[in-house]
Design a protein around this ligand. Sequence first.
Ligand code: SF4
Length: 359
Amino acid sequence: MTMNRTDESKYTPVQNLTGMPWEELEDWVAGELLERPFRARQLFSWIHHRGAESVNDMTDIPKALRERLSECAALTVLETIERADGDDGTQRFLLRLPDGLVAESVLIPDPPRLTACLSTQVGCKMKCAFCMTGQVGFRRNLTSHEITAQLYALRKASQERISNVVLMGMGEPLDNLDQVLPALLVISHDSGICIGQRKITISTIGLPNGIERLSRLGRQYGLALSLHSAVAKTREMLVPAAAATSLHQLRQSLVAWTDAIGRRVTLEYCLIAGVNDSEREADALADFAQGLPCKINLLLYNRVASLPWKRPDEPAVSAFMARLFPRCPAVTLRKSRGSDVQGACGQLGASVLSTTTKG
Ligand code: SF4
């Protein structure tokens, strides 16, 4: 739902405030509304901290100013059209976007943490071979307003404090950084929902330009690299869009990021039976990780009905981990969450097939 100005409005264009960072909001309030800075603070707090969905909710803003805001400003509020509750407490949401397309988001409770997994695009261009989203293709980038509004829809549904955000839903965040970065500025701001920078993780297949941009930015967001194989041929099959970047170049950009940010990168590795779970693959992963400030997250492939892959059995997983341990002590086997509601890693995206682009 988006608030619309009236036809008589003298303000053009309507300014969406939902994904607008603090400094921009201050400038807009001063330049467009000719109001003092405390009005920007009030607006920011209402939208991001107090969960206002309409200017009319902002009861301590004078009526005349609310009327002006109704004409010149909009908020993006996403309606939940479907919610699926998993046995482990994971909840998958389908959220209707203003143009009728759908964003998928997931809420993952792991007390004391409550993590929101957000989408950054509708569909994805990267075509990863094991991922449902990769199979359905790309529709469009999400705006900063829509990325931010997903989080607020999840907060409203859960009525609990969301502690962490991971950009691991539909889409490749580094392919949409111009919209992702303002959204992250908004959600990490102290006066809003206040998710600390270190509680936000950006997941990527490793687009070097995007990683370099994050390095230059210097903010403390975590970086999770979807590696899935450190053998070039296997990786190119699993992550075709990564073929343009050599593993050497990718590793260099990760080293530069860890140097610039002072954090370890997480290497995500989805184990698929007979594809990337051999001794050779484990050795290549250990080589890749050697000397790189990193931790390795292994996860087991989550079944996607239309794809042929299977997860390895327990002995194969144990053997893979045992092969890594002497050289890579920081290895964890991540619990799969939400697979019974198609909300686990690699399972999102079916909604893209059932919605059509309008306009
Ligand atoms: S794994 Fe991520 S980058 Fe790859 S196709 Fe799926 S959503 Fe896109």
